[in-house]
Design a protein around this ligand. Structure first.
Ligand code: NAD
Length: 479
């Protein structure tokens, strides 16, 4: 904890907030304050943007290899400090240590992947169709960017934005969630130690989220907003961005269907379900939200997952063997309780769990509910907690209709051993990503992102860097 900076990182220097305000960071497993850090004011936000604007021309002009090498050094340093990062995330966010280690591996990959992509940004040159000139298409960094990240994956959400932005030649201001800011501060330290030039990455931590962010978003010097968080906040930020016709990427909420057909391998489906539902204590945008299970296997599936859930160890993520940590805060516990209460009132059955656990810490029992009735809120809303809700279906058409019956379209999971059926589901589901007989899809080499109200743009893959590039076309005379 001593190695984690407690200041704002602006223009290459660590400093307190201008008004000296500080914000407390809590351990959700104990409710105790683990560290006090700077709480930025709107003036600090402006200073951070000033620094990113000033650093932009020089950074944009660096050879791609230099930028690649910086990202690669950061990747290596992250590996050296991986235990620090894992412990830090467990303490500030609550996920079990084994999962925090998994996030370090996943989050680190964005640094390696985009260090490799840096030198692969290409344009094209050739005659126009009429043969009257030569067309040159070139790619240019979009400019200073504002990156806003959520609390649920403190490292991966930061690297997934910072790495492609830096690779493209952009400078950034990043604002992590006030609930989990320590990982981003420590990540900035890694970048600093890797040789980051002053002002290329600036970090502001604040409780005055809207007051600090809006002037940055409305500043005409800002050229890009990349946001990961809930859909309502994303919508509000899109409105702020509209006046300046600001480029945006939006990674928003999900309501993932997890469809199990009667021909699925049930062992694989149960393993996939446990991963898709309980990873990160259910607090993932990719978490399976609705288990849509063929009626002939619904009871067997419910029984198998219930047995697995009853074997979970609940506790502080730092303790050996713990598989379910706390939820992020009281509001998250209240939301899980309210959604389960509503479902039960409408006729669902609780197979296991279904209760908040007395403090200290903000825990909710891992829960399985069956026979969830149409109209239940749990089918509409992101649960963001360890509650597995099962809805039976009879026909493939009904499964497709239920799966698509949501305003979201981030990820879908389908379990079937019938190849043609699997292919039909790829064609028919309204989703940006799909796990076919797989319960986890995230990969730095893949384009992560959603359809419908789950967002705009993609992070990762060959697509990820293009979120931070803009295209220029030039027509030249024939030689
Ligand atoms: P949130 O929308 O409350 O907050 C996200 C970030 O936005 C935080 O940094 C927060 O401080 C900031 N924020 C909140 N209000 C703001 C405002 N008025 N102006 C500027 N910034 C503001 O979301 P959360 O609770 O931190 O995260 C959970 C949500 O994130 C879920 O909906 C989840 O699905 C989504 N999420 C999506 C992805 C994805 O890739 N699609 C990944 C992770 C999480």
């Amino acid at each position: 904890m001593e190695r984690v900076p407690d200041g704002l990182f602006i223009g290459g220097a660590w400093r307190p907030a201008t008004d000296e305000k500080r914000l407390p960071v809590f351990d959700p497993a104990t409710g105790e304050i683990v560290k006090q850090i700077a709480d930025a004011s709107p003036a600090d936000g402006k200073a951070a943007l000033d620094a990113a604007v000033e650093a932009f021309p020089a950074w944009a002009a660096t050879p791609p290899r230099e930028r690649a090498e910086l990202l690669r050094r950061a990747f290596d340093l992250l590996q050296e400090r991986k235990e620090d990062f894992a412990l830090l995330m467990t303490i500030e966010m609550g996920k079990p240590l084994a999962e925090a280690r998994g996030e370090v591996a996943y989050g680190g990959e964005f640094l390696r992947w985009f260090s490799e992509e840096t030198a692969r940004v290409q344009g094209r040159y050739g005659p126009n169709p009429e043969g009257t000139g030569r067309m040159i298409v070139s790619q240019h960094p979009v400019g200073p960017c504002y990156l806003i990240t959520p609390w649920n994956f403190p490292l991966a959400m930061a690297t997934r934005k910072v790495a492609p932005a830096l690779a493209a030649g952009c400078t950034v201001v990043i604002k992590p969630a006030a609930l989990t800011p320590l990982t981003t501060l420590y990540f900035a330290k890694v970048l600093e130690d890797a040789g980051l030039p002053a002002g290329v990455v600036n970090v502001i931590t604040t409780t005055q989220t809207g007051a600090v962010s809006e002037p940055i978003i409305r500043d005409p010097r800002l050229r890009k907003l990349s946001f990961t968080g809930s859909t309502p906040v994303g919508q509000a930020l899109l409105k702020q961005a509209a006046d300046g016709v600001l480029r945006t990427s939006m990674e928003l909420g999900g309501n993932a269907p997890f469809v199990i057909f009667e021909d699925a391998d049930l062992d694989k489906a149960v393993d996939g379900a446990i991963a898709a539902k309980f990873r990160n204590i259910g607090q993932a945008c990719t978490a399976a939200n609705r288990f849509i299970v063929h009626r002939s296997v619904a009871d067997a599936f419910a029984q198998r997952v219930t047995e697995r859930v009853q074997g979970f160890a609940i506790g502080r993520g730092t303790e050996d063997g713990v598989t379910i940590g706390p939820l992020i805060d009281d509001r998250a516990v209240a939301k899980a309780a309210q959604l389960v209460g509503d479902a039960v009132q409408r006729g669902a059955t609780v197979r296991t769990g279904g209760n908040a656990i007395d403090g200290p810490g903000t825990f909710y029992e891992p829960t399985v509910i069956t026979d969830v009735q149409p109209g239940s809120e749990i089918l509409r809303e992101e649960i963001f907690g360890p509650v597995l809700a099962i809805v039976p279906f009879d026909t493939e058409d009904e499964a497709v209709r239920l799966a698509n019956d949501t305003e979201y379209g981030l990820v879908s999971y389908v379990f079937t051993d019938n190849l043609a059926r699997g292919q039909r589901m790829i064609e028919r589901l309204e989703t940006g990503m799909m796990g076919l007989n797989m319960g986890v899809v995230s990969n730095a080499a893949a384009p992560f992102g959603g359809w419908k109200m789950s967002g705009l743009g993609r992070e990762g893959g060959a697509e990820g860097i293009h979120e931070y590039l803009q295209t220029k076309y030039t027509l030249t005379a024939n030689p």
